[in-house]
Each structure stands twice: as C-alpha cells, then as structure tokens.
Design a protein around this ligand. Sequence first.
Ligand code: ADP
Ligand code: MG
Length: 485
Amino acid sequence: MDKAKIDFLKALWDKYIEKLSTIEDIKKIKSLLQNVAIIDIDEKKKKVIIGAPNEFMLLQVKKFFKPLLEEITKELYNPAFGISLKVDPSLNDKKNPLLIDLKKVLKTQQKEVPILDQQTKKILTDYFGILFNPKYKFENFIVWANNQLAFSAAQAVAQKPGQVYNPLFIYWDVGLGKTHLLQAIWNYTLKNHPDKTIVYLPTTKFIDKIIEAIKGNKLSSLIKKLEGLDILILDDIQFLAEKEKTQEIFHNIFNELYLKRKQIILSSDRPPRDLSSLEARLRSRFAMGLVVDIKPPDFETRIAILKQKLAEKWEDLPMEFLEIIAKHITTNIRELEGALNHLITVKKLQKRELTKDDVYNAIKTLGIPINSNGQTPIQSATFAQSLNTTNEKSFSKLVDFIANYYSISPQDIRWDSRKKEISIARQMLMYLAKNRFGWTLEKIGDYFGGKNHSSVIYSINNFQKLLKRDPKIAKDREVINNHLW
Ligand code: ADP
Ligand code: MG
C-alpha cells in the first residue's frame, strides 16, 4: 500500500475516533480500539474495512461500536457506504503504519472542553460550585421562527458582551430552551473570551449565596466579586419574588454592572411587566435592554426537533411515531426529548421493535392525556366546530374533555368536591364558560350544582390568579387551548 493511501486511511480513522469520543466513553474507546484501524476501503462493495487484531477484539468492536461506526461512515466518508469488520493479525504489531496514536487524538479531543482561566475558576468553585451543562451550546440549539430573535440576541451578547443589548431578558414557559441559551452563552464565553469573568447562576442559588454570605458576614466580599464580573447570568429571575432584601442587593449589583457596561442576562417565565411581586424599579431595569420571548414551535418544527434529537443520540424512529409525539406534545422541548428517551430505553431494554402502543405509553408517562386508541379524547376539528354554540350540550363536551385531561370524573367536577385537581378543573371550566361561551354568572352557578354568583366570581378570579402564578396551570390551559381552538 502506498504512503498516500496509508496517510489517508489514518487521517480518516483519526476523524472517526474524534467523533466517537464526543459520543462514547473515552475509557471504552481506549481499551477496545487500541489496535483497531481502517485497513482498506472497498469502493465496489461500498465498504470501509475496519480491522481488529484478533477474533476476540473483533467481537468487542462489533458489540460496542458497530452501529456507531456505520453512522460515522455515512457522515464522514460517504452516505452510501457501510463498514465491514475483518481480523488482521498484522495489527498486533504496534509498528503497523495504519495504527494511529490513540492517546494523542483523545487528548487533543479533551482539550476541546473549555478550560477556565484561573480567576473564573476560582470564582466558580469557591463561591458557586460549577453548575453548567457542557451539552448546552449554540451549535445544537435548533432555531425556529418564534425563537429566532432570542437566539440571535444571545449570540450577539456572547460575541460583544456589554455592547449590544443590556440587559438581555429572555422569557416564556418552561422547557423552551432558556437555560440552554443562557448556558450556551456561558460556554461560548469560556471558549472565545477566556479573559472575561462570567458567572451563570440559577436565581435560587443566587438567593442561597446571598443568605449564606449574610450569615457568615461576607456579604460585602460577595457583592464585590459579583460587581467585578464581566458577565452575570441569572436564570429564572421570577424566583426573586417576595425576597425584598435580595432584590435590593441585586438592584445595586445590577446598577453597578450596568454603569460599567458589563453584560447582564436574565431569564424568567414571564415578561418584566408581569413580575408583579418584584419591586417596580427592578422591573423597569429589566426592561431597559432587550426583552425577547420564545414561543413554542409549530408541528413541522417539532418533527424537525425530534429528528435532530434522534440524530444526536444516533437513533432512529419511524416517521409515524414522530408524528404521534409531535401531535401530542406541543409546548415543551424537554417533554419531546423525554418521550424519545423513554422510547429508546424501552427499545434497548426489551430488545424488540417498538409499537405504536409504546409511543402512546411514552407520552402518557409524561402526564399528557391520551386515550388507549391513541386519540386525544375529542378530536379537535370536529369539537371546535361543535363549540360554536353557547348551548349546554357542547359545554358538557368541554367538561368531558377537561375531566379526561385531568383523569377525573365529569360528575366530580360539576358537583362539589374540594380535591385540589378537581377544584382547579372546575374553576378553569367556569372561566371558560364565562369567557368562551359567554354564559352569565347565574347560568354558570346553576350548571355547577347551584352555586351563588359571588362564589362563581370568586372561582373565576381565583383561576385568573392561578394562571399568572402557577406555570403548571398556565401550561394546562395552553395544552387544552391547543387541542380545542
Ligand atoms: P427552559 O430553561 O426554558 O425551561 P431548557 O433550556 O431547560 O428550557 O430546555 C429543556 C430541554 O429542551 C433541554 O434539554 C434543551 O436542550 C432542550 N431544548 C430547548 N430548546 C431547544 C432548542 N431550540 N434546540 C435544541 N434543544 C432545545
Ligand atoms: Mg430553565
């Protein structure tokens, strides 16, 4: 074999190992692929031929790496190619020119992980512990119409901290990528601006740190540290609610950083104006820079997300299954991923092909309502049409739907029951009766077991409050809305 070919095969195998090391355990790669190499490429049979030094190692490679190596071949060499495994005793010889220096490749790979500069490292470990997920990067953040702005803004502040939008405030419901974006900024900064000091903190952790510092008489030193940062990221800022003292401390830190043109990045489950239990002056500070929302993806995008998540895991599932998932899980990427993970686990554990029932189960496991035949309880189109009246029959269908959603009985909803789930469902229905069906308070009262009109008002107001305060209920309402209107 000529040298050019050897060099090519080696370089290719290098790439394979690099890719593998981002997916597989490094130890496993080291122990099993020490004497393994690409020994040839069969252009006719469209195979990349991977050699192992003996039968035993060949079996190990087959068992642990074959599907991955197939995938990598398609990605790195040629989508039309597969692999074939072959014993090649000459690979026992360390001097075989086809063997690469595995340690060297893996080492340079490991360096890719961000290295913290001394100062950042000290701040992070001494004060906050390291709280980030290296998985959250810009590169694997999927962009759709309703998160495009948040994505671009996050990239812009990461590239030019303190110079474009300050503060950057990102909000919407859970599971839509706020933490992912915030930590992507963190990751990006460590890699690209190693001279900047940056801290990412969940707000709950921030509050703990303040309390701890007050107790230990170290508040001023903590404040000094935070005010010395180039970039401060606080996730889920709504948790500052009703923490007056912490709010005041944060207000001062905020002003100091802002005046020094240091970057502040915040996330919340709602926009600044709705953070009603925060001091007004903080709310107005939050709105000074750029406020962006992230709205849920549409059906096509949800399918695209599922596909990408599968690709990241080197898995695949039939389109039909993805459609079922995307149809039922509408507002939360974490749940989309959860359903996939559930299915992949079932597949691995039970070593069999998946069925539609597995898919329905995966969705149910997440607490999303679904009938045994896989239909949402009432098909939305026909139901929405039949709702264009104000009559009681069609309202009863809504009662059935919501009862089914919460897995409770429609009778319990209508007649008095003080269980929490049931009373929330009842309050939601009263709210919808008034706002969607235009019923009078008297009519609503009659329908729900003869309640007087002040009790109906109370229920509706209470539900409106819950909607603002309780993200789970807001989400329930949204899911129900999505199914119905
Ligand atoms: P939030 O902080 O808004 O509640 P997270 O950032 O924790 O949401 O996201 C939940 C999960 O969904 C994470 O695993 C995250 O990686 C994933 N995710 C959310 N949005 C995206 C996106 N646009 N692209 C890829 N993954 C996403
Ligand atoms: Mg989050």
